[in-house]
Design a protein around this ligand. Sequence first.
Ligand code: C5P
Length: 236
Amino acid sequence: MEPLYEGKAKRLYATEDPNVLRMEYKDEATAFNAEKKAEFENKGRLNTAITLAIYRMLEAKGVETHIVESIDDTNILVKSVDILLVEVIVRNVAAGSFCKRVGVEEGTAFKQPIVEFSYKSDELGDPLINDDYAREMGLATPEECAELKEKALVINEVLIDFFKRAGLKLVDFKIEFGRTKDADAKIVLADEISPDTCRLWDLETGKKLDKDRFRQDLGGVMEAYEEVLKRVEQIS
Ligand code: C5P
């Protein structure tokens, strides 16, 4: 069966229900807007399990997500949504592009979280935007931007506490939202939350347990993802 959509880490397939899609997690890993590519056996399985555990926990805390149900190791049924082209990044500690852009040392903790928007565009490399850009580009209204920020900050609070119980520091993460196609047309959390989309450091040792191991050639990429899944399952 041909996918309806193929992204860098996932494929989306139609199902018999027009309101439901099958999301398949791939083993491919990309970084730096797909300039760096590799395949890691089991990555799809690990990210499926990690995302499912996190989204179920978030649902239990009142955060609505696109998850319908799990099918197998690498496939999840999700609600068909219109993905907003505004990606939301929340940062608790300086790392990655933030450090590069403004010269702040990696590991500097923020007093309050920083919320950033970026334009979801592979062609342009997901550039940083703000709510004025989103309004003028027709990506999201000011009210929608406010809702995205508010939802992202609630998710951040829940995730900080969750990962802390797993012995992990939530440095930053990227999330995507979609609008449901039913009459409610609600904005729900879509996409995934996994070590591909979060920076997670061991609370005691500071060891990086996320995609930075791939980006920075630190080795032990899948071992780190396995460790995250093990800890997440222990507290779920
Ligand atoms: O690279 P940067 O520091 O902007 O990334 C911030 C956070 O967003 C990181 O956790 C990174 O894994 C995630 N991210 C992502 N997809 C992107 C860009 C960033 O998941 N396209």
